[in-house]
Ligand binder design. Structure first.
Ligand SMILES: O=C(O)CCC(=O)C(=O)O
Length: 319
């Protein structure tokens, strides 16, 4: 499949696999460094970057090594990889932001991480740092779900959807949309399995990593041109509110209407690199969005129950 088709698959499904992105020597060095890191930090780091000394989890089912670039510059070479840069530029435009860049290891564990979305309008990639097969702590995705409500507002059983696991060999790289439903399977193997993950956004994406630290990997590496347009403040505010809607049906629906249906607004937002927007594919057959399908997929019982609970929590929280 050529790279144009790969990008088409990414926009269609919210997920695409690339193989042979990296020179074998580089991969070997990266895996060696990953092994060194987990020898030094067998249970990873907590969110304050402190070495964990116990096998409990700060993040469900994961031992995290957060600051990999700061630990070894070899990891920069991933961000400098031509193919990675090409996909990021195509989807996010110039001066894109690398907001979170880490390795997570999942030990033998019986629990799955339930499907969820992170936020809309971004781009992420995962590189397998071990050979990973089914039920070995691999991430799974529901293809095309980035045009559906977040999974907690849907009766999944009724929709007849099935998940695809991202399995493969060391170095296999998967680009995915963080608004595509994803989760993680149990790890039934004796060995922990590890994946390097990176979350990116356009030039106005918050440059905070998942621990809350401000990071600036992108500023050092990817400043390609200084053409940041003045952002329309109102548009920025609206997208900021509705671009992180993993747990809010109404703002998620509003985002989908603005981004997929109101083309003039979407075009302006994309041109200005408004927060939580990515470029469109550029073909109506790929960029389409069905309001009917979206609403038909929602469980209104779940919408009412979850939204009421959130409302009550807010009221009580304020007192
Ligand atoms: O650890 C994984 O495989 C999944 C990570 C995930 O769900 C996320 O980054 O949102």
């Amino acid at each position: 499949m050529n790279s144009q088709n790969k990008i088409k698959t990414l926009y269609n499904d919210g997920l695409v696999k690339f193989e042979n992105f990296f020179e074998p020597e580089l991969l070997e060095k990266i895996v060696k460094e990953k092994n060194n890191l987990f020898r030094e930090y067998p249970y990873g780091q907590d969110d304050n970057l402190q070495k964990k000394s116990e096998a409990d989890f700060v993040r469900p089912g994961s031992y995290m090594i957060w600051d990999i670039i700061e630990k070894n510059p070899i990891f920069y070479q991933i961000l400098e990889n031509k193919f990675i840069k090409d996909v990021a530029l195509r989807v996010l435009g110039s001066n894109y932001t690398v907001s979170t860049f880490y390795i997570r290891k999942t030990p033998k564990i019986n629990e799955i991480l339930n499907p969820h979305i992170d936020y809309q309008g971004g781009l992420s990639f995962s590189i397998l740092l071990d050979e990973i097969n089914l039920n070995q702590g691999e991430t799974f995705f529901y293809k095309k779900s980035h045009k559906l409500p977040p999974p907690n507002f849907v009766n999944k059983e009724k929709l007849n959807l099935s998940a695809d696991s991202i399995t493969g060999k060391v170095g296999d790289t998967f680009f995915w949309f963080p608004d595509c439903w994803h989760g993680r399977n149990a790890n039934t193997s004796q060995n922990g399995t590890s994946i390097l993950m990176c979350h990116l956004g356009n030039s106005n994406h918050p440059s905070k990593d998942a621990t809350g630290r401000t990071v600036n990997y992108s500023k050092q590496v990817f400043k390609t041109e200084n053409n940041k347009k003045i952002e329309n403040k109102i548009l920025g505010k609206i997208f900021k509110i509705c671009g992180r809607s993993s747990n809010n049906f109404f703002t998620h629906f509003l985002y989908c209407l603005l981004y997929f249906k109101f083309n003039r607004i979407a075009q302006l937002a994309i041109e200005q690199k408004t927060i939580f927007t990515r470029k469109k594919y550029g073909d109506i057959n790929i960029d389409n969005f069905s309001i009917f399908n979206y609403l038909k997929s929602a469980s209104f019982m779940k919408v009412i129950i979850i939204s009421t609970k959130q409302f009550i929590k807010k009221i009580i929280g304020k007192k």
